[in-house]
Write a protein that binds this ligand. Structure first.
Ligand SMILES: C[S@@+](CC[C@H](N)C(=O)[O-])C[C@H]1O[C@@H](n2cnc3c(N)ncnc32)[C@H](O)[C@@H]1O
Length: 542
């Protein structure tokens, strides 16, 4: 089966089907491009402020932006009052594509319909329409037998969802329809992915056979990027002609045991990718050399170990049976318990609690900043700080993320997540640098971190990478281009600033490059040096 002119879906050595390249792709090339996924539903939190057809989001998340159009108004579908659209055009397209089949059923419900049920309604309506792309969904892995063996509680809940979808879409609840709906629910459970903005803010869930056919690897060679309703799968590294395309279904920076458990529990397979073949000896699972104080430092966890080992998620964290390894396992579990995940016992997402988790792991003296769960803790800490308007703290965390973590977790400089993190850092750097005389800016300056130059360095980096990460014509690409022209373009802010200092245009670019080259080593030193960070912490506390 050919899904595009340069790929084909065929049998994979991993079992089932996979997507294969029929020509060679280089890092940054578009492997698959879709104008819109076949099935897409918004999260309950996004229904009121997002167009259900083009996914234009009208709320501005902190420091994000691409795909957000605050000037836009979204209005309820007058029929069901369950979905909103930003224009008559979007409404008409949605109606034609399938909303006409679901509108009555959605409208009859007083509450928000769970995403999976709503998505199943769209698939069932699509299957009835006879459109051959929907037919492809019936070829997907469903793991129905495995779902049935998960126990009556889980399977009963899935059967109930199937039954509800059949009822809400107005089909007869006979055995044939119910069986088909159960297949659809199973397919959705192990094939949907998150619908996100170009800057990875969550919006809902999607299913499309043309992307769901892609198998998983913990060292993926491709990544999925959204641009409003458009989806592209972009190569991260070289994919040879005939080679299989892999994306990562999970956080592939997680330790071996956590990755294996997630893939087994959610997707029913044992991952045998190149990284998993190394087991827990892979570099990302390693700790730093122990120091003489190490044994004392990791005793902090002792009081909590008994409580932790009662948790069903404990086995995936076990790193070894010696006392020290048991303590490290418990610390890993403890760090994870601070992250948002369905099976974590989230103990809070405030900047203070996340910071505490980071500090405890860091104080072991052997926990690399790029070893899980540190990267996720840093990301969530930065997000929590931004939400709490603690911009200076967020800036320090994002500098560490940019310098120490992202190059390890996302090795390709054009990895879209890495580029988006850089964009967030750049935007924040510019905002914070507007208060040059604040004690925080002065403390950073004393460490050699010149915020206006840092901003320009990041903007230059993002501008170079965006054609490969998101594409120049995408909303994110256009936003970056706009910023670049306003600041770096002829007659832009920078040119004006240099002209005021008497520096002529030919020398301006060279001068900027020199300033950037001089600054980077200082920013790197700042990011690695805990003493400098402590100095900043003091300034922040003051
Ligand atoms: C989104 S689908 C991918 C397409 C699937 N192979 C098919 O034929 O429909 C996810 C399912 O594919 C299989 N799969 C994906 N990646 C795999 C891997 N690395 N090793 C083994 N099975 C994998 C698992 O059965 C998983 O539940």
């Amino acid at each position: 089966m050919s899904f595009s002119s340069s790929t084909e879906a065929k049998s994979s050595s991993l079992g089932g089907r996979g997507l294969f390249a029929t020509k060679q792709f280089q890092g940054g090339d578009v492997v698959v491009a879709l104008d819109r996924p076949l099935v897409a539903v918004l999260d309950e939190q996004r229904v009121e402020d997002t167009c259900s057809w083009c996914f234009s989001w009208t709320e501005l998340p902190v420091l994000s932006g691409a795909g957000v159009n605050q000037a836009l108004k979204v209005n309820w579908c007058t029929g069901c009052k369950k979905v909103k659209y930003c224009s008559k055009k979007c409404q008409a397209q949605a109606w034609k594509a399938g909303h006409k089949q679901e509108c009555k059923g959605l409208g009859a419900q007083s509450e928000h319909i769970p995403n999976l049920v709503h998505a199943a309604m769209q698939v069932l309506a699509g299957l009835d329409s006879g459109d051959s792309v929907y037919g492809e969904i019936q070829k997907m892995e469903t793991h129905r037998d495995e779902f049935e063996t998960l126990g009556p509680k889980k399977w009963d809940a899935m059967q109930l969802m199937a039954h509800t979808a059949v009822k809400f879409i107005g089909q007869k609840d006979d055995k044939a329809n119910l069986d088909r709906a159960k297949m659809v629910i199973c397919a959705l459970m192990c094939n949907t992915s998150r619908l996100v903005t170009p800057t990875f803010d969550p919006l809902g869930l999607v299913l499309d056979p043309r992307t769901s056919v892609i198998n998983h690897s913990c060292s993926p060679n491709a990544v999925v990027v959204f641009d409003g309703p458009k989806i592209s799968v972009r190569a991260l590294s070289n994919v040879p002609e005939g080679g299989e395309v892999y994306i990562s279904y999970i956080d592939s920076s997680a330790p071996y045991g956590v990755r294996q458990a997630e893939l087994r529990d959610q997707y029913f397979f044992i991952c045998k990718c190149s990284k998993c073949k190394l087991g827990s000896t892979a570099p990302q699972d390693a700790f730093l050399e122990t120091s003489p104080e190490f044994a004392e430092r990791i005793k902090v966890i002792d009081g909590m170990i008994d409580q932790i080992t009662e948790d069903p998620a404990w086995p995936r964290h076990i790193l070894g049976q010696s006392t020290d390894m048991k303590r490290l396992s418990a610390l890993q579990f403890y760090g994870y318990s601070y992250l948002e995940s369905p099976d974590s016992q989230a103990t809070g997402q405030t900047p203070a609690s996340l910071r505490k988790a980071i500090t405890i792991l860091r104080n072991t003296g052997i926990w690399p900043v790029s070893r899980a769960p540190m990267p996720a803790l840093y990301q969530q800490y930065a997000v929590a700080c931004l939400g709490a308007k603690k911009y200076n703290e967020a800036l320090v965390a994002l500098i560490r993320l940019h310098i120490l973590i992202d190059p390890v977790v996302y090795p390709q400089p054009h990895h879209p997540v890495r580029v988006v993190h850089a964009w967030t850092l750049a935007t924040l750097t510019r905002a914070v640098s507007s208060e040059q005389d604040s004690p925080f800016c002065k403390a950073l300056q004393a460490c050699g971190v010149d915020l206006p130059i840092l901003f320009l360095a990041l903007l230059a980096e993002i501008h170079t990478q965006v054609p490969k990460s998101h594409g120049e014509s995408s909303a994110f690409g256009q936003m970056v281009k706009g910023a670049w022209q306003t600041i770096m373009g002829p007659g832009g802010e920078l040119a004006e600033q240099y002209s005021e200092q008497g520096v002529e245009r030919p020398r301006q670019q060279q001068m900027l490059a020199e300033q950037i080259n001089e600054m980077w080593p200082k920013v790197k030193a700042f990011a690695v040096d805990d003493a400098l960070a402590a100095q900043i912490d003091e300034a922040l506390a003051g």
